[in-house]
Design a protein around this ligand. Structure first.
Ligand SMILES: [Zn+2]
Length: 451
């Protein structure tokens, strides 16, 4: 395993010295993550603990991918190394790579490393070996250029600019925007990331591709609604054969099957597939191919749902990291309210617990402060009815709750009753009689005040 090295560098912005870990060998086979970091410009990137500026540790570098017979060397020009010093540094690194090879794995390409003159050149060579053509790279660069020109444009010019580039706006363009925003967050450039997210919304609103996305989302929403109704109609005692019946009804509609798996993923467990296997075994010969196809499809969709859950976890962890690193977490939360969901809160709580387990009091405090901030901001963004219910529920005594209700109940209309219903549904399972009592108190007062 290529090892991580340590060094002390001076921050390019505030000049404060700080410790960084870096690597000067990237082995695509042993450490695919390092390859990803290289391709996304994250390799040897460290954030200054003092001012938050991203710093890249400059170092001679060797990239090795035995599967593609690729050995590339790179010495940053900024290091100002003499020719001899360059050759020595690279020679040492290459010897390090070849000496660790298993016996018989030495091949001719290792004698003639390719040389990259710039970091971008190195990345291009790696991408090219992956089958990413110069045309694809140019297309990607042109996406980034368009995003940059959108970022620099005056708000008034944006609609025209978006229209003029309508043909270039597709799913890859959207992906690039998302990736750039994530990278900016990681680099501590909150304001820019925030602007990019707002831009992305505007691009969705005003481009043909965005309109297609919106329409697709609307249709999907409808399908999910219908499937949710079917699932509810099965009742609370629904078991695996019920879900199989539903899946067979949906067999011709991938969208419906996907919605079903998304809504009740736990129903499609190991036992479900075992039972399905039995059903297939007992089915008439002419029914079997369809059932087998359904089984394949369901396996595919469950694995897709699991992947998405993992990706959501990854996104939540990235956002949390950005929050921990940020000097102004409140701004980061504001820019990312849409990303703050159940998954994020779960990741956050898990990190609080993990910090406590490690005995890392400083991190624990920081995470708890973030937790409180998130909760406060979520509440501030709630409809006023929910905020009020929340205040009543968290009042320090029943008298204080009653007092609060008498004082403020007249500010609300019939929507308050609906909100109370929704909250009651949510807390019904929590077995918290005190909370239910307060809710019923509130309901009575609300019913009375509203006539
Ligand atoms: Zn700094």
């Amino acid at each position: 395993m290529p090892k991580m090295l340590q060094a002390t560098i001076s921050c390019i912005q505030c000049r404060q010295p700080f410790r960084v870990s870096f690597q000067n060998v990237v082995d695509a086979k042993q450490d695919p993550q390092a390859k990803m970091r290289l391709l996304t410009g994250q390799l040897n990137l460290a954030q200054c603990p003092n001012c938050g500026a991203p710093n890249t540790m400059l170092t001679p570098l060797v990239y090795h991918d035995p599967a593609k017979e690729l050995l590339i060397t790179f010495v940053p020009m900024e290091l100002n190394l003499s020719k001899e010093a360059q050759e020595k540094a690279i020679g040492d690194l290459v010897r390090g790579v070849t000496s660790e090879l298993p016996q018989g794995a030495f091949k001719a390409y290792l004698l003639q490393p390719r040389q990259a003159l710039t970091m971008q050149g190195l990345i291009d060579q790696v991408l090219q070996a992956d089958g990413v053509t110069p045309e694809m790279m140019e297309a990607q660069r042109s996406r980034v250029r368009l995003i940059e020109s959108l970022l620099e444009a005056d708000d008034a010019d944006l609609p025209t600019l978006i229209q003029q580039n309508d043909a270039q706006i597709d799913s890859q363009f959207m992906q690039t925007m998302t990736l750039l925003a994530q990278r900016m967050l990681q680099e501590g450039r909150q304001a820019l990331a925030e602007r990019l997210v707002m831009l992305q919304n505007q691009v969705v609103e005003e481009s043909s591709f965005g309109q297609q996305l919106i329409e697709r989302a609307r249709v999907q929403e409808e399908v999910i609604q219908q499937v949710a109704e079917d699932v509810n109609a099965l009742g609370e005692t629904a078991d695996r054969p019920d879900f199989l019946r539903l899946a067979r009804q949906y067999a011709d509609s991938e969208e419906r099957l996907q919605a079903l798996v998304g809504l009740v993923r736990p129903a499609f467990d190991y036992q479900f597939f075992q039972e399905l296997q039995v059903v297939i075994g007992q089915a008439a010969a002419d029914e079997r191919p369809q059932l087998e196809a359904l089984r394949e499809k369901l396996l595919e969709l469950t694995s897709l749902a699991d992947q998405q859950a993992r990706a959501a976890l990854q996104d939540a962890a990235t956002l949390l990291q950005a929050l921990v690193n940020s000097e102004n977490p409140q701004e980061v939360i504001e820019a990312n309210l849409a990303l703050i969901d159940v998954t994020f809160m779960q990741v956050l709580s898990a990190n609080v617990q993990e910090a406590e387990r490690r005995g890392d009091a400083r991190m624990g405090e920081r995470l708890k402060a973030i937790y409180n901030l998130v909760v406060t901001m979520l509440q501030a963004n709630m409809p006023p009815e929910l905020q009020f219910i929340n205040e009543v529920l968290s009042a320090h005594s029943p008298d204080a709750a009653r007092d609060l209700i008498t004082r403020r109940i007249h500010e609300f209309d019939g929507e308050l009753l609906g909100a109370i219903d929704a909250v009651e549904d949510q807390v019904a399972d929590q077995n918290d009689p005190a909370m239910l009592e307060r809710l019923s108190l509130l309901r009575e007062a609300a019913a009375q005040a509203l006539g």
